[in-house]
Write a protein that binds this ligand. Structure first.
Ligand SMILES: Cc1cc2nc3c(=O)[nH]c(=O)nc-3n(C[C@H](O)[C@H](O)[C@H](O)COP(=O)(O)OP(=O)(O)OC[C@H]3O[C@@H](n4cnc5c(N)ncnc54)[C@H](O)[C@@H]3O)c2cc1C
Length: 407
């Protein structure tokens, strides 16, 4: 295509080979084992062939690409860090990060939903008993069924421990009443991992129940209209005298908040990894654009200001990736600094990668603002990573609290 004289063709320049050249240039594969490089390549290829060609349409038409996700599950991406005896891939947190970064180069929104699904499957695998693991995990790992994580409520976002949804024990069932807000996948998914109040105020009164879609008393709000993340639905989840068997409780009564937070530690690495993928793709798109776009008689790539900007973007991407991989390793090894590192990775990486994508859009000039160009979708899709799974202000609270209370 010819951009020196104006746009002639849609610039969804995603060729697997091109992305792979970039990834070795930016050291995404350096330091990884042979096995890790192999599944990284599988994920990059899947992103380039199965996701990137559709990401604009999924966004525009707000399509939840169930069949594509099931194909991803066939590669083991439905339960990446779930144990193999219930259908999971049994991989590490670092492996998971590598996979989500690669997949996100093809579609951030879809990959981010897959990451939430993986988090739910891991929570059931880790905190469920044998019957619960065997009942739910195989179908989640194959993505025959899809999962949602239900913590936020209309009145409790950052202060999640103040949630009000009640679960009253009656015989062998809990009767749920209340509602959850902003639930990713809500209405289209089959399994809801719900944090609800079985006891008094505060985190110790919270339990975790798995609610199945067919349960009477479970309903959904309207599909939210969003800036990005349009390939996955977001809805309120409503409970009206919704009877859930006691056998669907994960862990003991009162352990729900701890389970929710443990899920989120990994979730924060995953969402940061999705931001890495977006930034990775945007550095590529910006580089390609600078090399072809001519102004003032030469390509933009000859302009030192833009060269320096590109260098800064690449440097921040590599620094971000190092932090994510350090946090993933700390979580895998259950290190005492893991919670802080997961929060640091989420804070630093989602902010820096948003800036990288936004700078890439700037480098595209007016074209960057057109929906024909992928860069704007990356910007829209990763903006929300600074808000959810704990806002970046909440990340600062966790990091400083751990620093100030450490003995
Ligand atoms: C697209 C999307 C998908 C989502 N998916 C899910 C999901 O699947 N499951 C789920 O449970 N939730 C989900 N969420 C909800 C998300 O986690 C919350 O929006 C987020 O935790 C913030 O809560 P809030 O929106 O109520 O903002 P608030 O808590 O009202 O915060 C508003 C602002 O004030 C700041 N703030 C609040 N308290 C403090 C403080 N003490 N110090 C400094 N700043 C503060 C916040 O950081 C934020 O900037 C999703 C949200 C979106 C937008």
């Amino acid at each position: 295509f010819n951009m020196s004289g104006g746009c002639k063709q849609v610039a969804y320049a995603f060729h697997p080979h091109v992305l792979y050249v970039l990834c070795s240039l930016l050291t995404a594969a350096h330091g990884l084992s042979d096995e890790q490089r192999e599944f990284q390549k599988v994920a990059f290829d899947f992103a380039a062939n199965e996701m990137a060609p559709h990401m604009a349409e999924w966004d525009e038409k707000e399509m939840f690409p169930i069949e594509t996700m099931r194909k991803a599950a066939q590669l083991g991406f439905g339960g990446i860090y779930v144990q193999p005896d219930v259908g999971g891939s049994g991989l590490s947190r670092l492996d998971t990060s590598v996979i989500f970064e690669a997949l996100s180069t093809g579609c951030v929104s879809t990959t981010a939903y897959i990451s939430i699904h993986n988090m739910c499957a891991w929570m059931i695998d880790t905190f469920g008993n044998t019957e619960q693991r065997e009942k739910f995990c195989p179908d989640l790992c194959s993505m025959e069924k899809f999962a949602s994580y239900c913590l936020t409520e209309p009145g409790s976002g950052s202060d999640a421990a103040s949630l009000l949804t009640t679960a009253q024990l009656k015989g062998d069932h809990y009767i749920l009443n209340g509602s959850k807000a902003f639930i990713s996948g809500g209405g289209d998914t089959d399994v809801y991992v719900v944090m609800c109040r079985t006891g008094g105020k505060g985190p110790k009164g919270i339990s975790c129940l798995v609610v199945e879609k067919e349960t009477p008393g479970l309903s959904f709000g309207k599909k939210e209209k969003k800036v990005g993340w349009n390939s996955q639905p977001t809805r309120a989840v409503i409970f009206e005298d919704c009877a859930v068997p006691v056998t669907n409780r994960l862990g003991e009564e009162g352990q729900g908040f701890g389970i929710a937070m443990k899920g989120l530690n990994g979730g924060r690495i995953n969402i940061a990894s999705c931001s890495l993928g977006a930034a990775h793709a945007c550095v590529q798109l910006a580089r390609d654009h600078l090399l072809v776009r001519k102004q003032f008689g030469e390509t933009l790539s000859n302009n030192q200001f833009l060269q320096f900007k590109l260098a800064e973007m690449a440097t921040k991407l590599v620094a971000s990736r190092l932090l994510v991989r350090e946090a993933a390793t700390a979580l895998q090894e259950s290190r005492s600094d893991a919670v802080s590192l997961c929060s640091m990775a989420k804070l630093f990486v989602t902010d820096e990668c948003f800036n990288i994508c936004n700078q890439a859009l700037q480098m595209h000039g007016g074209y960057g603002y057109l929906k024909d160009y992928a860069v704007q979708q990356f910007v829209r899709d990763i903006r929300v990573h600074q808000i959810l799974e704990g806002t970046n202000e909440v990340m600062r609270m966790i990091i400083s609290r751990n620093l100030l209370t450490e003995s």
